[in-house]
Design a protein around this ligand. Structure first.
Ligand code: AVI
Length: 322
């Protein structure tokens, strides 16, 4: 993703995006405790920082999921009918989808993302490498209902949602997304989905507190973005990145912690911070195989097959619409 990040970008045209960002930022910073939505991480800089995160030695999810898709490509292909349409929710870097396209005989590929320019550029590159594949980039907020291109409506549908982006949704949002994907893809659809797994807390901690400080820059970048896009006056050096594992809620939490008492202004509103006060910026839920299967079952899908790496760090699931 050069780029562009996953799944969480906002829905409308650029001006509307800015006003949605303004509305959300003012509303969320007025809450107790303060918060900001992770979907605002992904401006151009944030997307590049996320790409850099995926290459960090401590950040195991991306390379582990790629390994599973590579090793199990044949098994995944055996579940998928020839000439199906592959619909990717929140298309990012094409590395993962290429593994599916190389292994399975898809007739069509529909990358769906809010950033139209980005997916069109990605589609161009794929067209060169898969000349027989029909590609229909679709600009849409994939967390809300959208219609598939008419050219693929009669084909069997396979959704693809890699990266454990599902983990950045609250459990009720994850369930709502799965139901919506089920409605969009229709009866007899399948969904190939990645989910990060619970594991040793030290491994999780390190993955979100990398030694090079890239995750810290990624987290702090949302304040840089508020300063640039919403006229904020955050002193970036007066906040620090914190990521902790919340065992009861099975999630990594990212926070930005105020180093001192301070008042920040944005769009005519003042926000006061106590020393040590947090802005909660992201949750990254970690699933057990059982809890993921229960989430899928409760959201209109049944697990047909699941795969993990040998160390059980990450999981990929083939779901079938119920
Ligand atoms: C995009 N998402 C799956 C990442 C995650 O691991 O939750 C975002 C991220 N946040 C910090 N590092 C990576």
């Amino acid at each position: 993703m050069s780029m562009h990040a996953p799944a969480l970008a906002d829905a409308h045209l650029p001006d509307e995006q800015t006003s949605a960002f303004a509305r959300d930022a003012v509303g969320d910073l007025s809450q107790h405790p303060k918060r900001l939505s992770p979907k605002y991480f992904y401006d151009a800089t944030g997307s590049e920082l996320f790409e850099a995160i995926t290459r960090l030695p401590e950040y195991y999810p991306t390379r582990t999921e790629l390994g599973i898709l590579r090793d199990r490509g044949g098994e995944i292909a055996s579940l998928i009918s020839d000439n199906a349409a592959l619909v990717e929710f929140g298309a990012g870097a094409t590395t993962k989808v290429r593994l599916l396209l190389e292994n399975c005989a898809f007739a069509a590929y529909v990358p769906v993302d809010i950033s139209g320019d980005f997916i069109k550029a990605q589609a161009e590159a794929l067209r060169r490498d898969f000349p027989r594949l029909a590609i229909y980039p679709l600009t849409a907020d994939f967390t809300a209902p959208f219609a598939l291109p008419s050219a693929v409506r009669s084909r069997p549908k396979v959704g693809f949602f890699p990266g454990s982006t599902i983990g950045n949704f609250e459990p009720h949002e994850a369930s709502r997304f799965l139901r919506s994907a089920r409605d969009i893809l229709g009866e007899r659809a399948q969904l190939i989905i990645g989910a990060d797994l619970e594991k040793d807390e030290g491994v999780l901690y390190d993955a979100y507190n990398d030694a090079a400080g890239v995750t810290a820059r990624f987290n702090l970048n949302v304040l840089v973005r508020i300063n640039r896009e919403l006229g904020g006056n955050f002193d970036i050096s007066a906040f620090t990145h914190r990521a902790i594992y919340n065992r009861e809620r099975h999630r990594i939490e990212m926070h930005l912690i105020s180093k001192k008492p301070q008042t920040v202004r944005m769009l005519g509103t003042s926000f006061s911070f106590r020393p040590g006060e947090s802005i909660h910026t992201e949750n990254s839920y970690k699933y057990s195989m059982e809890r993921f299967a229960a989430l899928a079952r409760g959201s209109g899908w049944k697990v047909r097959e699941s795969w993990t790496d040998a160390a059980k760090m990450f999981s990929v699931h083939a779901l079938k619409a119920e």
